[in-house]
Every structure is written in C-alpha cells, then in structure tokens.
Design a protein around this ligand. Sequence first.
Ligand SMILES: [Zn+2]
Length: 245
Amino acid sequence: MWGMLAHLGSALDLFLADSTKTTLVVAAIVSAVTLIWLSRNLDFSAKIRSAFMYAHVALLLFPPVFFATTLSCKQVGLCEVGLTQTLLFVIPITLILGLAFGLLIVPLLHRLRSQPESGKWQRFVNGQSDRLGLHKAPDVFIVDSGRPEAFSTGGLKPAMFISIGMLEVLTRRQIEAVLLHELGHIQEGSHALKPITWLLRALYPEPVLAPAAIVAEEERKADAFAASVQKTDVHLNRAKRKMAE
Ligand SMILES: [Zn+2]
C-alpha cells in the first residue's frame, strides 16, 4: 500500500512537471467549471443545459484518466501501476454505466412493463407531433395501475405512459392536456436532464446546481406548452387536481 502511494507521488510529480500535460489538465478544469456555471442559466433549453452538464462530467474525468494512461511500469520500477490504473478507470466507467442505465435501460424497462396503446390516444399524440414537426411521434403505453399517473421517457424513442386509473377519472380534454404536458417534456428534451441532474446532485451541494429549480422550470415549460395548444389551462389544472387526490 505504501509502495503504491510512493510511486503515485513520484509519477504525479513527473506528470505535473510536463507543461503540456498540466496545461491540458488546467484547461479541462476551467472548461468544466465554466460549463456547470452556464448550465445554471435557465434561458437555455433543457437539451443545451444537459449537454453542458454531460460535458462537465466528461471534462472532470479527463485529468485522472489522462494521468492513468501516462503511468507505466518502467517509470515506477515496480508494477503496482496496474492496480492504480484500474482504480482510476473504475470511476469513469461506473459513471458512464450509471448514466447509460438512466438514459437507455430505465425507458426500456418501462416499455416492457406496459401495453402499447394504438387507439385514439396514440392518434392524438401522432397528430400533435406532426403539427410540431417532431420527426418521431412518441409511443403511447398503458400502465396497468389503478393509481392515476402519467409520465414520459426519452431513450432511443420517446414514450408516454398513462395509467388505467388516470383514464378512468379524467375527461377526454383533461387526458389530452396531460398528453400535451408530456409532449412538452419530450419536445423540450427534459428527459436528458434527469440522470445527469441526479448524478450531479449526489456530487455537489444544493446551491451549485439548484436541482429543485431545474425540475420546477421543466414542469412550468411543459404546463405552458399544454396550455398554449389548448388555449386554456383549465383542463390541465383540473387533471392535476384529480390526480393529486
Ligand atoms: Zn411534468
């Protein structure tokens, strides 16, 4: 263990003595800080803000990974580098797998657990997507649950999920309002924000990212979208009240 720390110390000295390497590392850190600061600007769309956050994480991972690739047995004499390199690579690999799980696997699991709806709700969503010029209309799925609920996912193809309980308690216009709210999320790209916000929330204290403000802003935009299509927020507000009961 001590041997490993000693070789790390000398390897780090060598690494930092190289001005090209140090410049790259400093540039990565400065860019990472700039991007997280830009991502707090709610005027940018969710797509752009989430792109900033993913790039932020990638840039933060760059220095340890870069350092790991420069380690060699020859440099240190002893071959404990293998273990150090593995440890330095485990962190980025874990993060990438975690993000891929949130972005791709979670939406897939929701699809597998639900029934596709190919009737009037899918036709309604197709029509609205056409009107918006979305090149892929989201798939509508029915969740076998008595609890009124609705949500949507991104992934390879966006999807909307509405429960049997929701279809039972809402009127046609209210259901359309809920579908439009979800379509608003899909159009805005809210789904890409979720896993990265969740990850950064675990890394940073509240004020750095203000996750509550991010969620509130996405909900506000989705509500505004539904209200603008229906030209009233009455149906959406009634639907929300009924679903909260
Ligand atoms: Zn929402």
